[in-house]
Design a protein around this ligand. Structure first.
Ligand code: SAM
Length: 195
């Protein structure tokens, strides 16, 4: 299938965008798949700041990073894991990273294999996107993967879309990507690139 799934599409975009030495944010660490992907993309020399509100998620992420580290490449050293909401990212990120993030990744919803009642929420997600406005570098890319099928998912997707629609075209471009006929648990990917 030449048409990529949304998550694959976001990884493809970020792979082309990121380079060693970059600073990046993983807004939802979860099981650590995206954190690992980002760490591999920015090493050597770069750093991943990863947030999650669940200790189990950060434990899984840490284990994944340790287990996945290839010889000579210490993935965990390239990551800082914050047990905190992405809505509060400005309270946690080092001041030196302000205006220097080349990418930020949101993979919303609940932790696969975890408590499905703990989900990202519209208010926190939009607060994080607003906070990020002063942390992204010119040309910085944000990907937001929305899942619409679970309770609260459609509301969150609508809030992300409203936020994106409100961004000034002179400041940022937003791409919306998704399959129109996907039967359920539909996903929509928003890609925001600052100028
Ligand atoms: C779909 S999972 C993320 C998957 C992850 N990126 C991966 O590669 O495995 C969504 C995660 O968002 C986390 N989450 C929910 N609300 C959050 C918040 N306000 N700030 C940060 N993380 C949050 C959940 O705990 C869950 O682990």
């Amino acid at each position: 299938m030449v048409l990529p799934y949304n998550l694959t599409f976001s990884h493809d975009l970020l792979s082309r965008h990121l380079r060693p030495g970059d600073l990046v944010l993983d807004a939802t660490a979860g099981n650590g798949r995206d954190t690992e992907f980002l760490a591999r993309a920015v090493l050597p020399g770069g750093h991943v700041f990863a947030f999650d509100i669940q200790p189990i998620a950060l434990q899984r992420t840490r284990t994944r990073l340790v287990d996945a580290s290839p010889a000579g490449l210490d993935l965990i050293q390239a990551c800082t894991l914050y047990l905190a909401s992405h809505a509060d990212l400005a309270q946690h990120l080092p001041a030196a990273a302000r205006g220097r993030l080349r990418a930020a990744m949101f993979n919303l919803g609940y932790l696969p294999g975890g408590d499905a009642a703990v989900i990202t929420r519209a208010s926190g997600t939009v607060a994080a996107l607003q906070a990020l406005e002063s942390w992204m570098m010119p040309g910085g890319l944000i990907t937001v993967m929305c899942y619409l099928g679970h309770p609260g998912g459609a509301e969150e997707g609508a809030a992300v879309e409203a936020y994106c629609r409100g961004l000034d075209w002179r400041r940022a471009r937003v791409l919306r990507q998704g399959f129109l006929n996907e039967p359920k648990n539909s996903t929509v990917l928003y890609c925001v690139q600052y100028k």
